[in-house]
Design a protein around this ligand. Structure first.
Ligand code: DGL
Length: 278
């Protein structure tokens, strides 16, 4: 492995919370970030469909030169990680769910609340992953369907956001949980609002830190630190660049648009890469 670029993907802006964690450890890491803006949100879609998107995106990222894959998406990690590892046995493929379960189990062996999209909740991915780490722990899962649309539009504060956050925290708080797993990569951007609405001893687990540790452990000093990072979307978005730059804490470069082939789960490097000044 030499000059390894990391392919990172999500349905939209959420994976930038994972990129933020990666850049905080290695600001020079070269990534190709893919946001499937043609299909966001993933969390309301059937698992089988998201699995197809995720595997298609991985094919694209590898064709573009990625040598390791970081699935910065819980829904994809829930439905596509095993298949991706089976199909690509020679490259590191890291998801976020096992990472989140491990980090949460270090903080509580008693009660763990998981906030996630409907699809991730339905997949049972966190239930299995937490049970593997801490078999006797009680897991309180709450689906938070309002969060992704709010975050995609850049809304992190205000009464609508607070109402949605209160509603989603309540089941975990009622059960007495002190540890909340952010089971969707969009959710770390709501942590400041969540902190306001929770007792001060509440811990929020962002699986990104553990997942980043894992991918860096597997790519080590082979990581490409010279090539500029690229950010690719499957459909134009007027908000991605300004909101994403705010979320990432640094200006995003020009975005590339690579559309899906009609009726096919394929992204064609040859067809795409038209630069979009968004
Ligand atoms: N951010 C993704 C996740 O972690 C997907 C959210 C969505 O598009 O519903 O699950």
């Amino acid at each position: 492995m030499s000059g390894v670029k990391i392919g990172v993907f999500d349905s939209g802006l959420g994976g930038l919370s994972v990129v933020r964690a990666l850049f905080s450890v290695n600001p020079d890491a070269s990534i190709i970030y893919f946001a499937d803006t043609a299909h966001v949100p993933y969390g309301d879609r059937p698992g089988e469909q998201v699995r197809g998107f995720a595997l298609g995106i991985i094919d694209y990222l590898l064709a573009e030169g990625a040598g390791a894959i970081l699935m910065a998406c819980n829904m994809s990690s829930a439905v596509a990680l095993d298949d991706a590892r089976r199909i690509h046995p020679d490259i590191p493929v890291i998801g976020v769910i096992q990472a989140g379960a491990r980090a949460a189990a270090r903080l509580s062996q008693h009660k763990i609340a998981v906030l996630a999209t409907a699809g991730t909740v339905a997949s049972g991915g966190y239930l299995r992953a937490i049970a593997a780490e801490a078999p006797s722990v009680q897991v309180i899962q709450t689906g938070c369907p309002q969060f992704v649309p709010l975050i995609e539009s850049g809304q992190l504060t205000g009464p609508r956001v607070e109402d949605a956050v209160k509603e989603c925290l309540q089941p975990g708080l009622d059960a007495g949980a002190k540890v909340f797993v952010l089971g969707c990569t969009h959710y770390p951007f709501l942590v400041p609002c969540m902190r306001e609405l929770c007792p001060p001893d509440t811990a929020f687990v962002d699986p990104a830190e553990e997942a980043v540790r894992e991918i860096l452990a597997q790519t080590g000093d082979q990581i490409d630190e010279r090539s500029p990072s690229r950010f690719v979307l499957s459909a134009p978005s007027e908000t991605f660049r300004p909101v994403g730059s705010r979320f990432l804490g640094q200006a995003l470069p020009e975005l590339e648009i690579v559309p899906w082939a009609p009726g096919d789960l394929k992204l064609s490097p040859a067809r795409g890469s038209q630069l979009a000044a968004l």
